[in-house]
Design a protein around this ligand. Sequence first.
Ligand SMILES: Cc1ncc(COP(=O)(O)O)c(C=O)c1O
Length: 366
Amino acid sequence: MSKFWNKKINEIEPYVAGEQPKKGQKVIKLNTNENPYPPSPMARVILRTFDVNELRLYPDTNASDLLESVASVEGVKPSQVFAGNGSDEVLSLCFQTFFEKENNTALPVLTPEYSYSFYPVFEKFYDIRSLKIPLREDLRLDADDYVGVPNCGICIANPNAPTSRSITNDDIRKICKANPESAVIIDEAYAEFKDPYETAVSLLDECPNLCVVRTASKSYSLAGLRVGYAIASEELIEGLKRARDSFNSYPVDRLAQQIAAASVRDVKYHRECINRIIETRKYTEDELRKLGFSLPKSSANFVFARPCEGIDAQTLYKNLRAKGILVRYFDAEGINDRLRITIGTKEQMEEFIEAVKQEVNNAKNS
Ligand SMILES: Cc1ncc(COP(=O)(O)O)c(C=O)c1O
């Protein structure tokens, strides 16, 4: 609390990011859904050849080259893409742009009961009413639950975090068509890890209220670069630009624009990394199930697992941490019996499984 802060800052409970170990600290880091593989070799080429003198000048507001790269890979027009400083910023601008309508302030934004924990922070920060829609059995999202519920907008992570479960494009179409007066944000931070791959971008022609948000942080291994983007109708993109230009006209720096654009164009390397993660995810899911853990089939680069009987999720989290393995535990009712575990390299996951096996044996013998 401070007398210098305004009411909102005194009252807000900020988002708490996953722990980042100090430089040089040796840990197996499976707690913030980063990618274990290096960024595209094209990123290294840009870093080697980048002219530092370019930094004298402000960057291109629209990150045009990046927009063109995304547009050509996703099969949309560059005018349908908007880039920001990480998808957190893009999502924050979406909440400011599309929700809490002037003539309808009483209506809530709909989000799943358990989802990305930044959404409730945005809602509080921008004074947007919210309605959490419960998930069904085993944390399944049912599209019918988003039909006939008055709202000022909808935001769904697909695949959802931390549940790892996904819905189909048919579900998204149903939600968009049932809510034609509302913008529907589909946060596709993890979409590339769906198997088979499916993206809501292919629904844009039939759903003018749909806004797909993506990030370079996960599948492109660029969490440290801070680049995210939205893909939507020109009308929605124009709204995001108005919000951006009332806040910070240069969200993506010159170096980040170039590295992200080159990485997005390196489609082959991108797919190779994703395929390796999907393969290791299968190994991790199988091994955890063999140990008696229960977990839904994951569509993301993490799994959300309930430990076997006799093992408490929080204790397991602490014991793994003591062994230098970081996973994510959420101290929230309804999900505090599970751990979210990022998929690392095969070697990292073998070490993780070995450590879990030891915990299971210790629990059995105690
Ligand atoms: C569902 C979801 N959306 C968005 C983000 C934000 O990603 P970034 O700001 O790194 O693009 C995350 C990060 O963990 C996430 O889990």
